[in-house]
Write a protein that binds this ligand. Structure first.
Ligand SMILES: [Fe+2]
Length: 242
């Protein structure tokens, strides 16, 4: 039997390259990914290589497989560092922690934001883009024996990922991948509260409502490439049913 990571890549290809049996294929992919552990992709060696690197970046990036249908990679995040709040426009994502603990804070977009105070907001934030109205959909800590976390285009699509109690590493599948020519850019945000106070009602749900202001890509976040040391992916049979 082929290596687990190879079966995961193959299942991802099957899931995202076809229109039939999507739900069943997605469930199989999620199940396979839940069973993945650091040793399956020789992650400890990559962790050592990255974390012992002096003056390294806040995060390391291990490219495993990318095609037109999805991107599969691993992020390593140093202790006290995080992947800043960002989005995945019109994308589906799966995240599986392989090392350490990660705190995920996520938001759902409610509408496109904006109101009569737009010009004031522009002045206040010195940005061309209005804050977007969101609901704080969750904050949780996951570790390597937890299930896969998912995001959809309309659910948990905005999130930050923080290393908790030491460095963390997680595998990330995004489908389709970011692609600027197809308007799938990664945007970064900061939460801002009470920017349109007159819109707020007395509903208890208001406690979860916040606004996200797009910002320039944070200079504090960048990645160093880290070599993939796990089993090689044989792309010749990705489109072949077993
Ligand atoms: Fe993300």
């Amino acid at each position: 039997m082929s290596a687990l990571i190879h079966r995961i890549v193959k299942q991802a290809y099957k899931t995202f390259s076809r229109s039939d049996s999507y739900t069943a294929n997605y469930h199989k992919l999620s199940t396979l990914l839940t069973g993945l552990r650091a040793k399956d992709i020789a992650l400890e060696e990559a962790l050592d290589a990255f974390l012992l690197r002096p003056h390294g970046a806040p995060a390391g990036y291990i490219a495993i497989h990318e095609c037109q249908y999805f991107n599969l990679c691993v992020f390593i995040v140093r202790e006290k560092c995080s992947v800043p709040l960002h989005d995945h426009p019109e994308m589906t994502g799966l995240i599986k922690v392989l090392y350490g603990k990660a705190k995920i804070t996520s938001y759902d977009r409610l509408d496109s934001g904006g109101c009569a105070r737009t010009s004031l907001m522009k002045l206040k934030f010195q940005r061309r883009i209005e804050p977007i109205k969101c609901i704080h959909s969750g904050q949780y800590i996951i570790k390597d024996d937890d299930e896969v976390q998912t995001l959809q285009s309309d659910q948990d699509n905005y999130h930050s990922i923080e290393a908790v109690s030491g460095p963390t590493a997680f595998i990330d599948i995004l489908a389709p991948p970011y692609n600027a020519s197809q308007n799938r850019n990664c945007h970064y945000y900061i939460p801002v509260e009470n920017v349109y106070p007159e819109e707020h009602s007395t509903d208890t749900e208001d406690d979860k409502i916040c606004y996200l202001q797009e910002i320039s890509p944070p200079r504090t976040f960048y990645c160093d490439p880290v070599a993939y040391r796990g089993p090689q992916i044989d792309i010749r049979d990705l489109n072949v049913d077993e």
